[in-house]
Structure formats: structure tokens, C-alpha cells
Design a protein around this ligand. Structure first.
Ligand SMILES: Cc1cc2nc3c(=O)[nH]c(=O)nc-3n(C[C@H](O)[C@H](O)[C@H](O)COP(=O)(O)OP(=O)(O)OC[C@H]3O[C@@H](n4cnc5c(N)ncnc54)[C@H](O)[C@@H]3O)c2cc1C
Length: 427
């Protein structure tokens, strides 16, 4: 199939950034095409129903919902969202034994104390690793911060910039009973998207750009590239010549975390545990593992691990990781769950050639890296996605941030092309 079309804008990637970019371009009356390597839209937001009960393999929470455009989008497409009660209710276990309430409260107090400590050093021009900042804590406190880093940022705390972490937005989350992926897919309906169309090379031409894909070449006046930092660092796409030193430095300053989920589907046996009695195994190999039980009243348990723990699961493959997670869950519930297990899924974004990790964190001393990625040095060539959040850096690492980035990039592109920005359009 030939892709000989000429368009104003080509978006590479049909995740939240590419979808929002395309909607923005169309809202301003520009022509566009989205090229997507996978056979589906959504990228790192994907609702997986292959086990019967569904779960979000990637993003699940509509973070900081008061300023998240996906709340409004859910209303527009008629998809329900609900408040999420947060993560404080997860019951911690060590060696299959419930950690006493007193120790849980102590852990919580340490975490709060750590925040106070961070506020006290906020004015210092430090950009140390999170792990270094946590050295002021006792062992138990450091463990709590390590969990926060692995399960929140997908990476071990010695690799992550404290300043970048502190800049992230906070606020109440909402959840999507039908799945965040279902919502993002609905938002993409009717857009000009080519699936199964991996891009291999982007070249500059006299008139703009040519984008080489498995299905032919497309010409465009401007390009909005939305693949992950991991995909770029792995060299899966040949980039145009003339990129700025800033852009390359920005890529070097970011790494990809490995937040990893394993879903276990059961035959209806719930081991006497009510819905919402979520657990966390503090002694899972290479990092704590959370267990969300019977989400949306389905016969499913969703386990999450991050950093080295997540990479380890992925390295051992789906069958072994499902078995390991089922074993840890059995220890927590005090009986072997495996006779009731009907199937399992590993959602391993690390090593997936179209994501190469969960989301981009800034390395210590590299908190300017995200801003650098916005300076490609090539007019008409824009990079946008969760890693950049389009200048709203507190929204980085999220679906909302990716959308802001796609929106900002298209507005910049259209302005550079002399296209009138005469209508209202929001992400
Ligand atoms: C396990 C996990 C849990 C998460 N939890 C949350 C959460 O609860 N809330 C939240 O807000 N965020 C969460 N995130 C982060 C969120 O999913 C991302 O920030 C967001 O989806 C990124 O969107 P994007 O458009 O920038 O990138 P992507 O979604 O990665 O989109 C890029 C697209 O480019 C495509 N692509 C790659 N290579 C090529 C190529 N060569 N040619 C063409 N196309 C290509 C990819 O297939 C993909 O569709 C989570 C992520 C993971 C992995």
C-alpha cells in the first residue's frame, strides 16, 4: 500500500500525545496523518481483555483530575470515571504475615517526615538522587521511599532526580471502570490513523519532511514525533540530520523506568477476601509488589512491580512471572491460589520495541533534560510526549502530560507554518 499522501502534519505514534495532536490539528483546520506501529491505538494506555476480565496494562489512573483533560473527554464520549481512594489502604505483608498496624503507621509517619525534609531543602540548588536524600532516614524509612520510587516512578531511587520528582503535579486521581485504554481509544475514533505502520526514518527535504514507513513514504510540512524516549534511545527510528546538541543531551539525561503489571484471572474463588482489600508484599524479590484485588468486581488480581523488580519479571517471561506472582499471592492469602488460576498476563513495557520502558524519569543532575527535548533545532520538527509534557513539566510521566505535549507541539508547528490559530481548541 502506498502512502503517497502529502499533509500539513505527520504525527508519529498514536498514543495520548499523537491522538491529541491530531485532534488539535484537525480542530485548527490543518490536514494530518498519524502513523502507528502497533495494530491498535493508545500506546501505553491499553485496556487488555484477553483474559476475560479486563485490566489496564499501562496507565490506569487519571492523575491530578482537577486539571486533567481526560476527565472532560470522558464526559464527552460518555465513559464513566470514579474517584480513586488512593494507595494508603494497601495492607503490607512480610513473609505472609500482616505487618502490625503500629509499624504501618510508623512507615506512614516517616514518609510524611521525608516530605517535610524535602520542603526544607527545596531552596537549595541540589539535584541529588532520591536515594541520597533518603539517607537522612532510618532503614524502614528508606525502604518506604524506595517503594515510592519503584512503584510510582518505575525506577530505583538511586537513578532518579529528586528535583524532577519534586516538580511533579499532585492531586486526587479518578479511575475508569471500562478502562483508561477504552477511553483513549474512544477519543481516537474517526482520526486519520494508519495502524501497523512503523516509521523507520525521518528525512528533511526542501519542502519539509519525508517519513519512511513499512507501508511507503509520506511527505509533510511538519512532523510531531511522539514515540517514547526509550524508542529513540534504542535507535529504532532514524532521525533527521541537524538535531541540536540540546536535544541529544536531553535524551541522555532521561531514562526509562520499568513499571510492570501481572494480571491473574481466577475461576470465581475469592479466598474469602472482599473486593478492595488490596495488599502489598514488602518482601517480593527486588522490590515490593502491590496486589489490587477484584478490581471493578471482576475475578482478577492485578500485581504491580517496578524498577529492578519489574525488569526481573520481564526477563523471566510471562509463564514464569505469572507463576512467581501467583506464589507470592498464595503466601499472602495463606493458601495455594494456583488450582483456581485460569490465566495470567505479563504487561512488560520494558523491552517492548514500541515503548522500551514505562515512562521517562530524569537522572540526577538532569532536571533540565525535559526542556532540552523541546529544542530540536529543526524548524518544523517537534518532539512531544509524556517525557516533555509540552512545558507543563509537572504533568510529565502521565497521559495528561502526553496530551498537553501533543497539543502544544501542534500549535507551535501550525504557527511556524503560518497556519491561522483562529479558533479555540483545548487538549
Ligand atoms: C505500567 C504503566 C502504568 C502507568 N500508569 C499511569 C497512570 O496510572 N496514569 C497516567 O497518567 N500515566 C500512567 N502511565 C504513563 C502513561 O501511560 C504514559 O505517560 C502515556 O501513555 C504516554 O503517552 P505518549 O503518547 O507520550 O506515548 P505512547 O503512549 O508510548 O505513544 C507513542 C506511540 O508511538 C508508537 N510507536 C513506537 N515506535 C513507533 C514507530 N517506529 N513508528 C510508529 N509508531 C511508533 C507506539 O506504539 C505508541 O502507540 C503508565 C505507564 C505504564 C507503562
Amino acid at each position: 500500500m502506498s502512502l503517497s499522501t502529502d499533509v500539513d502534519l505527520v504525527m508519529i505514534g498514536a498514543g495520548a500525545a499523537g491522538i491529541t495532536a491530531a485532534r488539535t490539528a484537525l480542530a485548527f483546520g490543518a490536514s494530518c496523518m498519524v502513523l502507528e506501529a502497533r495494530d491498535r491505538v493508545g500506546g501505553r494506555v491499553h485496556t487488555d481483555a484477553s483474559l476475560g476480565p479486563h485490566f489496564d496494562a499501562g496507565a490506569a489512573y487519571i492523575h491530578f483530575c482537577e486539571r486533567n483533560p481526560w476527565v472532560r473527554e470522558a464526559r464527552r464520549v460518555g465513559i464513566e470515571t470514579r474517584p480513586w481512594r488512593g494507595f494508603m489502604h494497601f495492607e503490607p505483608f512480610i513473609g505472609g504475615v500482616r505487618v502490625p498496624e503500629e509499624a504501618v503507621l510508623r512507615r506512614r509517619r516517616v514518609r510524611e517526615g521525608f516530605w517535610t525534609h524535602l520542603e526544607s531543602i527545596e531552596d537549595q540548588d541540589l539535584d541529588q538522587p532520591i536515594a541520597e536524600a533518603a539517607l537522612v532516614l532510618q532503614d524502614e524509612g528508606r525502604d518506604a521511599i524506595t517503594d515510592m520510587s519503584r512503584l510510582g516512578l518505575g525506577e530505583d531511587p538511586q537513578h532518579v532526580s529528586l528535583r524532577d520528582y519534586m516538580a511533579l503535579w499532585d492531586g486526587p486521581d479518578r479511575i475508569v471502570p471500562q478502562g483508561y485504554g477504552t477511553l483513549v481509544r474512544a477519543a481516537a475514533a474517526g482520526l486519520p490513523i494508519r495502524l501497523d505502520c512503523p516509521v523507520s526514518q525521518i528525512n528533511r527535504t526542501a519542502a519539509g519532511f519525508e517519513v519512511l514507513t513499512a507501508k511507503g513514504t509520506i511527505k509533510a510540512r511538519a512532523v510531531v514525533l511522539t514515540v517514547s524516549v526509550g524508542v529513540l534511545k534504542a535507535g529504532h527510528i532514524g532521525l533527521p540530520s541537524g538535531l541540536s546538541a540540546d536535544f541529544t543531551a536531553g535524551l541522555d539525561g532521561l531514562g526509562m523506568g520499568a513499571l510492570t503489571k501481572v494480571a491473574l484471572a481466577f475461576d470465581g474463588e475469592r479466598f474469602g477476601i472482599p473486593q478492595g482489600a488490596d495488599k502489598i508484599a514488602l518482601d517480593a524479590p527486588e522490590g515490593s509488589m502491590t496486589f489490587e484485588l477484584w478490581p471493578f468486581d471482576q475475578n482478577l488480581v492485578l500485581a504491580v512491580s517496578g524498577g529492578q523488580g519489574g525488569r526481573r519479571l520481564i526477563a523471566q517471561g510471562e509463564a514464569a512471572s505469572v507463576d512467581e506472582v501467583a506464589r507470592i499471592f498464595s503466601t499472602i492469602i495463606g493458601r495455594d491460589c494456583r488450582p483456581h488460576l485460569r490465566g495470567g498476563r505479563l504487561s512488560g513495557w520494558w523491552g517492548d520495541p514500541y515503548s522500551e520502558g514505562s515512562y521517562a524519569y530524569a537522572k540526577p543532575d538532569q532536571h533540565h533534560a525535559r526542556a532540552k527535548l523541546l529544542e530540536t533545532g529543526i524548524e518544523g520538527f517537534y518532539y512531544a510526549g509524556e517525557a516533555t509534557a509540552g512545558g507543563r513539566f509537572g504533568a510529565c510521566m502521565t497521559v495528561a502530560g502526553a496530551s498537553y505535549a501533543g497539543w502544544d507541539a501542534v500549535k507551535k508547528a501550525l504557527k511556524a507554518l503560518g497556519h491561522p490559530l483562529d479558533r479555540a481548541a483545548s487538549p
